[in-house]
Write a protein that binds this ligand. Sequence first.
Ligand code: HEM
Ligand SMILES: *[C@@H]1O[C@H](CO)[C@@H](O)[C@H](O)[C@H]1NC(C)=O
Ligand SMILES: *[C@@H]1O[C@H](CO)[C@@H](O)[C@H](O)[C@H]1NC(C)=O
Ligand SMILES: *[C@@H]1O[C@H](CO)[C@@H](O)[C@H](O)[C@H]1NC(C)=O
Length: 209
Amino acid sequence: MKFSSLFFAGLAAAQTPAPYTDVKSGITFNTLVDNASGYFFGLALPVETTGTDFIATIGGKGTGWSGVSLGGAMLNKLLIVAWPNSQTIVSSFRKTAKYGSPAVATGTFTLSPIANGTYVNSTHWTYTFLCSNCIQTDGTTFTANDDLPSLGWALNSAAPSQKTNAASAVAKHTTEGTYQIDLTKARSANFNTWKTWAAPKLSAVAFDA
Ligand code: HEM
Ligand SMILES: *[C@@H]1O[C@H](CO)[C@@H](O)[C@H](O)[C@H]1NC(C)=O
Ligand SMILES: *[C@@H]1O[C@H](CO)[C@@H](O)[C@H](O)[C@H]1NC(C)=O
Ligand SMILES: *[C@@H]1O[C@H](CO)[C@@H](O)[C@H](O)[C@H]1NC(C)=O
């Protein structure tokens, strides 16, 4: 019984998020890792009451796209999609009311890359950024009061058709799902220091890190 429940838990939702420190930046995130695909997404938050900002890391293996839903589901939630373009990372906010390649979303939210947490090595790409005004109160994201929100993850190991264009259409994910993340394990007293490492804010439409 014990073995079978562990087995199914593993199949259903990749793994449980766990603390992970990126060696290049030294930032610790509570991170979901999918060993099968190489997908990962991690969150860092301040110790004090959550405001509107977080630091995140997202990445994968190879040249495909990785995405996160900040509200769990795909539809009507704030999504972030990123992929490598040679040695840089291309990213954008997305939102859609219907299944299909999500359109670029604009709003008060911004992404600011953290340089030493953003890199492409021989196996993976990694994009680390400050997400400002990314915790919204309109139902499109988790909220500051959630200790165990649902997030969504999705990826396709195929590169988008126009990988230099942040607004490129993406092909449907080959793997997707939702999972719960314990935000108490994402909190760090170093958050405010890490935040100062982020480059000046960039617009909602993407950029090369
Ligand atoms: C052409 C692009 C896309 C298509 C056609 C598409 C379609 C779908 C469909 C039909 C589902 C329901 C489950 C299924 O039947 O497979 C789904 C789920 C999901 N999608 Fe997408 N999707 C696309 C892109 C994206 C992107 C870029 C993200 C980025 C975050 C994303 C995130 C999710 C998540 C998290 C789920 C699971 C939660 C839910 O069912 O709402 N999708 N998608
Ligand atoms: C990453 O960059 C920041 C800001 O430049 C620096 O303070 C920090 O020590 C760097 N991390 C590592 C592990 O070198
Ligand atoms: C995932 O990979 C890590 C590092 O190789 C390993 O420690 C861990 O046991 C793996 N988890 C699963 C569920 O395969
Ligand atoms: C590449 O970066 C990923 C993500 O940080 C890391 O897990 C992996 O070990 C790195 N690979 C190499 C060959 O350094």
